[in-house]
Design a binder for this molecule. Structure first.
Ligand SMILES: Nc1ncnc2c1ncn2[C@@H]1O[C@H](COP(=O)(O)OP(=O)(O)OP(=O)(O)O)[C@@H](O)[C@H]1O
Length: 362
């Protein structure tokens, strides 16, 4: 699958001017409230019509302002899951599921329906109406309804935003499974970093209606130039490792290319590959190897870039074995430590700075 979007739209006083390239897997659109995320995916779905630009999905032109092409919503074969499920209240789950299949490829038939219902664990809910479902169940049905149309692409607009933490945990594994099992490519809107760690292959950052950064999630998050865009609270790189052991003192050891990382005990088996978000503000830099610290996590690193960030802070990009880290330090620390690109340094990471929602099987 390849999606190519380059559109411009004026919505009241808001101007959207976005470019997006997406392929297989999950592409997360990340941005603050009002940055244009919903407007962008509505245009991809065909729910709104941009003033200019072009949208192509694989070889098909879905929209081209100059050529006057605008394929109607129901012929785009794109599934859409809204934040608030939007099931038909007067129809039971079975009828809600079948509603979208009117335009779907009939040859997919009953087997596809059965697989989707089993995958989402909604078989027991078939006769219930949406009013008798929990928020998490509603979202599973909404996802099922979208999948039953055999979409070429799935658009998900903050599908977990209306759910509490427990319900989010109930639904996220379904998205992870879809991604792992080669389900339809997803464009997934969120401003929740933990969902990015769990799902994002690619990341596109929107700001004030403009796509200001995009690429693999690892590249976008490790780039010190993007620290301001992501926000100093959330900025941080993704690293990968393999669960090496679970210690009896409540920590799990993760083998990284540059050494061992200790995190609060993880509920995954030894040998599992994981992706971990290390927030820039949780990385401390030291010129010499710290030996008498409470932190268990001291990794050798090299400075690859130094970039001025927001509010007198600097973003320091580090290579750490084959991984990248991002650290945020003050201008004073930068001057006192006389940090330079190319310098070898030690990165200190607190185990408690890596809560379970910052770690996901990769
Ligand atoms: N039809 C419209 N008419 C006028 N303004 C609009 C219209 N649609 C969207 N906007 C404005 O465009 C801006 C972007 O809205 P959009 O819903 O795309 O943002 P978002 O990033 O999805 O926000 P959120 O995270 O809060 O859902 C907002 O300021 C919104 O008020």
């Amino acid at each position: 699958m390849s999606l190519d979007v380059d559109i411009q739209a004026t919505l009241g006083r808001f101007k959207l001017d976005a470019q997006l390239q997406a392929g297989q897997g999950a592409t997360v659109i990340y941005g603050r409230s009002g940055s244009g995320k919903t407007s962008l995916i509505n245009a991809i779905a065909g729910l709104s019509r941009p003033q200019s630009g072009r949208i192509t999905l694989d070889e098909q032109v879905l929209f081209d302002a100059a050529l006057g092409i605008n394929v109607p919503v129901h012929l785009r074969r794109i599934g859409y899951v809204f934040q608030d499920a939007r099931l038909f209240p007067h129809l039971n789950v079975a009828d809600n599921l079948d509603f979208g299949t009117r335009y779907a490829d009939a040859s997919l038939g009953k087997n596809h329906r059965k697989t989707v219902i089993e995958m989402l664990g909604i078989g027991a809910l078939m006769q219930r109406r949406p009013g008798a479902l929990s928020g998490g169940e509603k979202q599973r049905v909404a996802l099922g309804r979208a999948l039953l149309t055999a979409p070429r692409l799935l658009l998900l607009d903050e599908p977990l935003a209306a759910l509490d933490t427990q319900r989010k945990e109930e639904i996220l594994p379904y998205f992870e499974r879809l991604r792992a099992q080669g389900g339809p490519p997803m464009i997934y809107v969120t401003h929740d970093m933990s969902e990015i760690v769990r799902l994002a292959d690619h990341l596109c950052v929107l700001r004030d209606g403009k796509s200001v950064a995009q690429g693999t999630a690892e590249d976008v998050l490790a780039d010190p130039a993007n620290m301001k865009l992501i926000g100093v609270q959330d900025a941080g790189a993704l690293i990968t490792g393999v669960v090496d052991h679970h210690a009896s003192d409540g920590l799990s050891g993760i083998r990284l290319s540059a050494g061992m990382l200790f995190v609060p005990r993880m509920a995954v088996t030894v040998g599992t590959s994981v992706r971990i978000r290390i927030r820039a503000q949780d990385v401390i830099l030291s010129l010499s190897e710290p030996k008498d610290m409470s932190s268990q996590n001291v990794l050798p690193a090299k400075i690859t870039a130094i970039r001025e960030g927001a509010s007198s802070g600097f973003a320091i990009a580090l290579s750490c074995g084959t991984d990248r880290l991002l650290a945020r330090i003050t201008a004073r620390a930068l001057a006192q430590m006389e940090l330079k690109v190319g310098q070898n340094i030690w990165a200190v990471l607190k185990a408690n700075a890596m809560p379970p929602n910052a770690i996901a099987p990769s």
